[in-house]
Write a protein that binds this ligand. Structure first.
Ligand SMILES: Nc1nc2c(ncn2[C@@H]2O[C@H](COP(=O)(O)OP(=O)(O)OP(=O)(O)O)[C@@H](O)[C@H]2O)c(=O)[nH]1
Ligand SMILES: [Mg+2]
Length: 301
């Protein structure tokens, strides 16, 4: 049964924190769909991506953000700014930390930016499943209590889905009354071509090492869809010839591996056969060049 529209609560919730703490995993788990890609490598997420959770009580529009880090390029600076910009325009902030690492200097630095704040902030202690002993959550909660004016401190495991119901209950308690912002079937603010490019980038992040993953951008060049078949082509940009050689691999083996992994996931996502064509090009130092950053969509919209 639906709650009367006037009694619904709806709002925007920023999800921020250091890289790799599990922000995207958390948003995906609550929304119940892969809104943002996830990998074990830091700086996986590059854009603010909205993930929409709708139920009878109302609607939570999560804004997943890039991990705040020490930037080494203009792209990195833009990512940090994107995360910080969201903080001003939301009803609530979820500051996510990796409980298995404890409270770190990086966390303290970001917390220092969050307070004093007109917007309520929760601390979400993620990855509690990775603690050697659950009793370790209690001293961490005490530590975090001393570190900022958090309205709530919520231990969770985004990976296992633990603690998320309670988190959602607490979030609703802080949202204003109001109607849905998006139709109930919308899960993300991004078009499917964006998600397709991100899925390809995820496979590159998973299948390459060292500096290559971070030097990569993926753009969809063509998209043709029928009931049964999706044909798309994507261009992968790297910064150096050496990176291009690594991505292509001996006899094209690496690119083929990336393409196969991406195609499988796209077929699952779209429920149809996918024909995927990938090619690789070099644009020197694109991460430091405003023209390329704009062209690739790393700009404020
Ligand atoms: N054990 C455990 N691992 C988790 C949990 N949540 C996320 N992870 C893992 O942590 C890694 C990073 O997860 P992401 O969701 O990409 O982290 P993020 O904060 O979005 O990272 P950036 O986008 O780089 O800022 C992945 O390997 C996840 O599987 C959790 O609750 N428990
Ligand atoms: Mg992320």
């Amino acid at each position: 049964m639906n709650a009367p529209e006037a009694k619904r609560r709806s709002g925007f919730v920023a999800v921020v924190g250091r890289p790799n703490v599990g922000k995207s995993t958390l948003v995906n788990a609550v929304v119940g769909s892969k809104v943002a890609i996830v990998t074990p490598k830091p700086q996986t997420t590059r854009h603010n991506i909205r993930g929409v959770y709708t139920e009878e009580r109302g609607q939570i529009v999560f804004v997943d953000t890039p991990g705040i880090h020490r930037p080494k390029s203009k792209l990195g600076e833009w990512m940090n700014e994107s995360a910080r910009r969201v903080l001003r325009d939301v009803d609530l902030v979820l500051f996510v930390i990796d409980a298995s690492r404890g409270w770190t200097e990086g966390d303290a630095r970001i917390a220092g930016e969050l307070f004093p704040s007109a917007v309520p902030v929760f601390a979400v202690l993620n990855k509690i499943d990775a603690l050697p002993n659950r009793a370790l959550v209690l001293p961490l909660i005490e530590r975090v209590q001393d570190a900022g004016e958090f309205r709530e401190i919520v231990p969770v495991s985004a990976l296992r889905g633990e603690g998320l119901d309670r988190l959602v209950d607490l979030v609703f308690a802080y949202l204003p009354e109001g109607p849905y912002f998006y139709p109930p079937d919308v899960l993300s603010d991004r078009p499917e071509a964006f998600h397709a490019a991100e899925i390809i980038r995820e496979k590159i992040l998973l299948l390459t090492e060292e500096e290559v993953p971070h030097a990569v951008d993926v753009q969809i060049e063509s998209w043709e869809e029928t009931d049964r078949l999706l044909s798309l082509s994507a261009v992968i940009t790297v910064e150096r010839e050496g990176q291009k050689a690594i991505l292509i691999g001996r006899g094209g083996s690496k690119l083929k591996e990336i393409g196969t992994a991406a195609r499988r996931e796209l077929e699952e996502r779209f429920g149809k056969k996918v024909f995927l064509k990938l090619w690789v090009r070099v644009r020197e130092r694109w991460r430091d060049r405003p023209t390329f950053l704009r062209e690739f969509g790393y700009r404020d919209t």
